[in-house]
Design a binder for this molecule. Structure first.
Ligand code: PLP
Length: 241
């Protein structure tokens, strides 16, 4: 219990890991594995102040291809992504935007997070997120935000988003916010995009109100302050031993 940190943006992160543990080099699925559950106290993934992040579009690197392992939380997906992450960091970005491997045109994910695009404002805001086609990790936070957004009366569409459209709709003011989500970072707004043909800003470049509302709604469920009609929360015994 002492490990569970106090504070709004703090949590005890649980990460299950499964890896082959046998003394064997054969090219076949492992017959002996070690399953461990790592628990570690975490603060906000991107630091204490909730700023919007800058993202760089990965032009030369691919995270996941059709028929591959992109939909799984599999170690190889992450090892192969570090090169692009390093290049993005050199360009001054916090995270990589992954495009689809075939046409290099469709926006898939952001680093280790799923992406949402917000059209319009207030109660008439609509959300758009890329569909789960097998190359995108089906994040539980993505799922939860789709449900919470619909409960707030916002329309949510799962449809492919072209990179060009992202840029054009920001320039035209149609896209008002973009945010990424995942267990570790919860909801993170994207303020600026570095594309091959130059940078562009999303909205006013700062965290937006729709991201804020959804983040607060999710946090309220996490902390047991909001109703949990879908049974997402599992109480654990305070003193199991
Ligand atoms: C973990 C992860 C996500 C987010 O998944 P959650 O279940 O919401 O934590 C999204 N994309 C990638 C590539 C990930 O590794």
């Amino acid at each position: 219990m002492d490990w569970i940190p106090e504070g709004d943006d703090r949590s005890l992160y649980l990460r299950p890991v499964l890896f082959a543990s046998e003394a064997h080099l054969a090219l076949r699925p492992a017959r002996a594995c070690l399953f461990v559950l790592i628990a570690f106290p975490t603060g906000n993934f991107f630091g204490a102040d909730a700023r919007a992040v800058t993202v760089a579009v990965a032009e030369d690197h691919v995270r996941a291809a059709p028929g591959g392992t992109g939909a799984a939380k599999c170690g190889g997906n992450y090892a192969g992504a570090y090169r692009a992450q390093e290049e993005a960091a050199r360009r001054g970005a916090d995270q990589v935007v992954w495009l689809d491997a075939v046409e290099r045109r469709w926006v898939e994910e952001l680093g280790g997070m799923n992406l949402f695009f917000v059209y319009g404002e207030g109660d008439r805001a609509e959300l758009l997120t890329p569909p789960l086609t097998g190359t995108i990790l089906p994040g539980v936070t993505r799922d939860a935000l789709i449900v919470l957004a619909r409960d707030l009366g916002l329309r949510v569409t799962e449809a492919p988003v072209a990179l060009d459209r992202w840029r054009e709709d920001c320039a035209a003011g149609r896209i008002t916010e973009v945010f990424a989500c995942g267990t570790a970072a919860r909801v993170t707004s994207v303020g600026r995009v570095l594309g091959a043909d130059g940078p562009w800003t999303v909205g006013d470049g700062r965290p937006g109100p729709v991201a804020g509302r959804l983040s607060a709604a999710l946090a309220a469920v996490h902390r047991g302050e909001a109703a949990d009609p879908y049974g997402w929360c599992h109480p654990v015994d305070r003193d199991p031993c």
